[in-house]
Design a binder for this molecule. Structure first.
Ligand code: ASP
Length: 324
């Protein structure tokens, strides 16, 4: 019987609705602990209540602590797979940072729920069972950190929460899921081409994420970047363009050796140095902005925070963002 390590961090999957107030929050005990019996005939489950937080309270430092805790527990339990339960709001961020840090082949699967544990049609127990089955699957080895929700398997890098309340919320725009789960089987139909890793002792670099919009003014941007900063990620318009007023402050950041990473604010597609008007992708590239693809803004921010812990040269930093 395979041993699976289950680490709980909180989120709706571990919450209940208060009958009097109607508010959904954590109770005295974690209901997910009771679900071990749902899988105990087939798997040897070792579980820890590592955190009990709504996921908007999770920080990159919590994510790093979770990674260290997971490795310590893997050493003493000798588990062959890991399931992490997590609130869905920031689940993709924790999954992605773990993916950057986790170098082993051993499967790590994150799951959550859109409906609290006592709600009719709660998706928690089912997601928990399918996550355990995936973490125990030989086929999941070497696939990187995975997200299992609603009978689909997604990579941490590509998946994003696309709906505020629907149980089919996690999707991988442009890429699709890499596998699916049925009553009897776990199927993988894609495999990540490359994986990349960083070592991080801390996750406290100050990196801002700024979304662009029509009419974003230079002084608003200047105000946002006026405190001490280690890096900036910009969610640009379309194929990688920003309002013209941003050119000057962006250039000044780069002149002060603060890396500026560009992703698109679009749901799909890539940033490229196409347009040569003021603020166009070509002018940004010439100014020294780093373009990156396949990541949304929050994930590019985590990657920049992790990369900055490795004291890379400007050129190496650029390459590690531009090669994917
Ligand atoms: N707000 C909740 C959280 O992320 C949502 C969820 O778990 O689905 O903790």
């Amino acid at each position: 019987m395979k041993k699976i390590l289950v680490l709980h961090t909180g989120g709706t999957i571990a919450m209940q609705e208060n009958e009097e107030t109607g508010g959904v929050t954590t109770g005295d005990s974690n209901p997910v602990q009771q679900w071990n019996t749902l899988v105990s005939e087939d798997y040897d489950i070792v579980s820890d209540d590592f955190l009990q937080l709504p996921s908007p309270h999770i920080t990159p430092s919590h994510m790093l602590k979770l990674f260290h805790h997971m490795n310590e527990r893997l050493q003493d339990t000798k588990a062959e797979g890991v399931v992490i339960t997590h609130g869905t709001d920031t689940l993709e961020e924790t999954a992605y940072l773990l993916d950057l840090l986790h170098t082993m082949e051993l499967p790590v699967v994150l799951t959550g729920a859109m409906r609290s544990s006592d709600e009719v049609g709660s998706d928690g127990p089912h997601n928990f069972i399918t996550a355990v089955r995936t973490a125990a699957s030989e086929k999941a080895k070497g696939m990187g950190v995975l997200i299992v929700m609603n009978d689909e398997i997604h990579t941490a890098k590509n998946a994003t929460k696309t709906h505020a309340s629907n149980v089919a919320t996690f999707q991988s725009p442009q890429y699709g899921p890499i596998g699916l789960i049925t009553k009897r089987e776990i199927f993988f139909h894609h495999q990540p081409l490359q994986r990349e890793h960083f070592h991080a002792e801390k996750m406290d670099k100050k990196v801002l994420l700024i979304k662009t919009y029509a009419g974003l003014e230079g002084d608003v941007f200047q105000h946002l970047i006026s405190q001490p900063l280690d890096g900036v990620v910009i969610e640009a318009l379309g194929q990688g363009n920003v309002p013209p007023a941003l050119m000057e402050p962006v250039q000044s950041l780069i002149d002060h050796r603060i890396p500026v990473v560009l992703v698109t604010r679009c749901f799909s597609g890539v940033v490229q140095d196409i347009y040569s008007y003021q603020g166009g992708g070509r002018t940004l590239k010439e100014a020294g902005v780093i373009f990156t693809n396949g990541l949304n803004g929050p994930k590019a921010r985590l990657k920049l925070m992790a990369a900055l812990e490795n004291h890379l040269s400007r050129e190496t930093l650029r390459k590690c963002f531009e090669r994917y």
